[in-house]
Design a protein around this ligand. Structure first.
Ligand code: ADP
Length: 450
């Protein structure tokens, strides 16, 4: 096992990883920017190293400084959390070259899944269902017309170098197609410096359902069931649940087995998430994330397995602590992402939290790095905490979530808590009846009403 792990992240996820290290008896080092000297993860770590000024590119993304921090402190592994360097293949390669273990998959696997076209080809080869579309970038207008006619309208044009939901355009007929191609390609060129685009069948009302997978690095793959992350705003997840209200046991077992086998065939190591759009009983691969996800706690709640412990075990060469048949799903869990933002306008709200009181009791988990008197720096993501609620079934979970939201107090800044208080009493949400467009439509209606 590792002696000392360096945590190359900040906020709630740095604290999350730190907790796992402590439970495994591993020493911790955290790195931080000058803006984060007072952060909770810095206070609780065994050692801390200041690696630069507030901007991420000078601190949390500064590979040089992080490697130096490992060497100074003698850390033998790095946990990258999510975001920042967690899907940076070069970082994984550089650490390997310094004999420091990257707690995550190989640089090559990160590279494959980081390239949209390559990822889709690999998924297809591994037997994962993908969205019908062009095999790679489209060469010209005629090519695009042929492919679109072949798969049928509507279609979506996407940037091969895309990310963050940018550079996508829907075409509903051949008349729309030429303009959509030109706009998408121009936007892609401006945003990513690469104007290549590809075509997919456009799904009208899909859900976002993702499978939590793990490779043990020795040819074994398992799945930990799915999460439904359909409630999104601007392609950012807002509320996540496990299991999905839309899947039954057979569907879960079928897609789970496909994903677990794919992970085994790939020889993948560590945690991963295979993301799908799901419509009319069919799954369509969109991407694979080669890291721990923000929403991993809902999976932990229903399986009872600490996924960060598993990541560390696998990276250390000790394999997974569970086999597929040991992974059982108990009850239902929901996560709400609490952001320091106005609940209606979503304008960021940095500043000092004058009072922070979290709910408690059976089935409640709050992952947060903030505390009363903490000043939220304006430089980073606005996520200040996650409320994760578990119940024996979805109804109990929703009732518990409602009372937990009532107990939650964050004073001094605006947060998205009021949005969740509205959502938890909405009939569609209560029925689990929503797709990936539901929240945007709901917010538009609310904005109109005010
Ligand atoms: P990015 O990497 O830019 O986030 P994704 O391929 O993950 O791009 O897609 C982002 C979002 O765009 C999806 O979550 C979904 O809401 C929408 N989307 C992508 N592809 C399709 C499709 N074929 N049909 C309908 N919606 C899609």
């Amino acid at each position: 096992m590792f002696q000392k792990i360096l945590i190359a992240n900040r906020g709630e996820i740095a604290l999350r990883v730190l907790r796992a290290c402590k439970e495994l008896g591993i020493q911790t080092v955290v790195v931080h920017s000058t803006a984060d000297a007072d952060a909770m993860h810095v206070r609780l770590a065994d050692e801390s190293v200041c690696i630069g000024p507030p901007p991420s590119r000078d601190s949390y993304l500064n590979i040089h400084q992080i490697v130096a921090a490992c060497e100074i402190t003698g850390a033998d592994a790095v946990h990258p959390g999510y975001g920042f360097l967690s899907e940076n293949a070069k970082f994984a390669d550089i650490l390997a070259a310094h004999n420091i273990t990257f707690i995550g998959p190989s640089g090559d696997h990160i590279r494959i899944m980081g390239d949209k076209i390559e990822a889709k080809r690999t998924a297809k080869r591994l037997g994962i269902p993908v969205v019908p579309g062009s095999d790679g970038a489209v060469s010209d207008e005629a090519d695009a017309k042929r492919i679109a006619a072949d798969i049928g309208y509507p279609v979506i044009i996407k940037a091969t170098a895309g990310g963050g939901g940018r550079g996508m355009k829907v075409a509903r007929s051949e008349a729309d197609l030429v303009e959509a191609l030109q706009t998408a390609s121009k936007e892609a060129g401006a945003a990513f410096g690469n104007d290549a685009v590809y075509i997919e069948k456009y799904l009208e009302k899909p859900r976002h359902i993702e499978l939590q997978v793990f490779g043990d690095g020795a040819g074994r793959g398992v799945h930990f069931g799915e999460r439904d992350c359909s409630l999104q705003r601007r392609h950012q997840k807002v509320w996540e649940e496990a299991n999905s209200p839309a899947l039954n046991t057979e569907e879960r077992a079928r897609i789970g087995a496909i994903c677990a086998n794919a992970i085994a065939d790939l020889g993948y190591s560590g945690a991963g998430t295979i993301e799908f759009l799901y419509e009319n009983g069919e799954f369509y691969f969109i991407e694979m994330n080669t890291r721990l996800q923000v929403e991993h706690p809902v999976t932990e709640a229903i399986t009872g397995v600490d996924l960060v412990h598993e990541q560390i075990r696998v990276a250390a060469g000790n394999g997974l602590s569970v086999r597929q048949e040991d992974i059982r799903f108990h009850g239902h869990a929901i996560e709400c992402r609490i952001n320091a933002e106005d609940a209606r306008t979503f304008v960021p709200s940095p500043g000092t939290i004058t009072h922070f009181h979290t709910p408690g009791g059976l089935g409640i988990r709050v992952d947060s790095g903030v505390y009363s008197g903490y000043r939220i720096p304006p430089y980073y993501d606005s996520l200040i905490g996650k409320l994760i609620v578990h119940g024996r079934n979805r109804v109990e979970c929703m009732m518990r979530l409602r009372r937990a939201l009532d107990e939650f107090v964050v004073d001094g800044i605006n947060t998205t808590l009021p949005l969740f208080r509205d959502l938890v009493s909405n009939p569609d949400i209560a029925n689990g009846d929503y797709d990936i467009h539901w929240l945007e439509k709901y917010l538009a209606k609310e904005a109109e009403a005010h």
